[in-house]
Design a protein around this ligand. Structure first.
Ligand SMILES: Cc1cc2nc3c(=O)[nH]c(=O)nc-3n(C[C@H](O)[C@H](O)[C@H](O)COP(=O)(O)OP(=O)(O)OC[C@H]3O[C@@H](n4cnc5c(N)ncnc54)[C@H](O)[C@@H]3O)c2cc1C
Ligand code: FES
Length: 287
């Protein structure tokens, strides 16, 4: 993990309220695994503005240019403007300074080589699945992405997944793009066809909960990437805990999303009544 004081290379609105930011990060690409995240803030923001967590969409390198510019390594994030922190980020331009901590957390286990892989992305939750798809494709696995959103504006980067060799299926709740209905319906159909598949999911909690139920019912291995609220991102504030399997009032078992995750094997989590309800660190036991 490294603390980068660096600059924005590009920051562009790609669909209404969703931005793609490219950040200069020399030496970063070789240290990151799919599913890890970064903590980011504008360098000139008030010191009270905490860094915000974002999944790493992709890493790459701009080639050296004939006008003398050297090769530049970068990472890209895709983010939705939901509050003050992301609004401030959306107003940054090329050359603006940012502070970035990363790569952080535990990413995806690539699973059994050669077994069918199904990625399930809900809205902005597709972000950590792109590097995962690339890694699986490059070792020869067959990868399908089931991409769900409320409407067409929530469907992102499908062409990039396809270009990398991932077969994609789109569904929207309102039918404005792809099949009409929840992405979980597509998942049930695909698992009927590929019962030996392994599933990897990231998206809103109700979607993850439904995916977990489907996979558990069929005995299908599932890894989920959680997007709990985070303050520090490094295990210091204990503000991101979720309940682990076996948790009880008398024997609390909490897991920090930022250190034990954000990617978890679904069998390690307590999917009880409130489906991965947040715990309180005051009860202790956070790992
Ligand atoms: C590991 C991880 C990876 C993430 N990756 C991405 C990503 O790739 N792209 C992206 O757009 N967002 C991602 N998020 C969520 C992102 O961090 C939040 O949207 C951001 O922190 C909101 O900051 P804000 O100041 O704009 O909003 P705030 O003012 O903090 O909150 C505004 C609203 O957003 C809600 N909110 C805040 N944080 C989250 C969260 N973590 N999950 C769900 N709702 C939240 C609040 O409850 C509130 O309703 C990720 C979160 C985590 C933990
Ligand atoms: S965000 Fe502080 S411990 Fe996880």
């Amino acid at each position: 993990m490294k603390n980068y004081k660096t600059i924005v290379l590009a920051n562009q609105e790609i669909t209404s309220g969703t931005f793609r930011m490219r950040i200069l990060t020399p030496g970063f690409a070789g240290t990151v695994t799919p599913g890890q995240f970064v903590m980011l803030r504008p360098a000139l923001a008030l010191p009270t503005l905490l860094r915000r967590p974002f999944g790493i969409f992709r890493v790459g390198c701009l080639p050296a240019e004939c006008d003398g510019l050297p090769a530049r390594e970068y990472l890209e994030i895709l983010y939705k403007v939901v509050g003050e922190g992301t609004r401030i980020l959306s107003e940054l331009h090329q050359g603006d300074r940012v502070e970035l901590l990363g790569p952080l957390g535990k990413g995806f286990d690539l699973g059994v080589p050669g077994r069918e892989k199904i990625l399930v992305g809900g809205g902005i939750g597709l972000v950590p699945l792109f590097m995962l798809g690339e890694a699986l494709i490059s070792r020869g696995d067959r990868v399908r992405l089931l991409m769900g959103g409320r409407g067409r504006d929530d469907i992102l980067a499908v062409t990039e997944f396809e270009r990398s060799g991932v077969e994609t299926y789109v569904s929207t709740d309102d039918g404005t793009l792809g099949e009409e209905g929840f992405v979980t319906r597509v998942l049930e159909r695909k698992l009927g066809k590929y019962p030996e598949a392994e599933v990897f999911a990231c998206g809103p909690m109700p979607m993850l909960s439904a995916v977990e139920k489907i996979c558990r019912g069929r005995g299908v291995p599932l890894q989920v990437s959680l997007e709990a609220h985070m303050a520090c991102g490094v295990g210091a504030c204990l503000g991101c805990v979720v309940k682990g399997v076996g948790h009880s009032e008398t024997r609390p078992r909490y897991l920090c999303t930022c250190k034990a995750g954000p990617v978890f094997d679904s069998s390690d989590l307590d999917w009880g009544k409130a489906a991965v309800s947040k715990g309180s660190c005051a009860e202790g036991g956070c790992k």
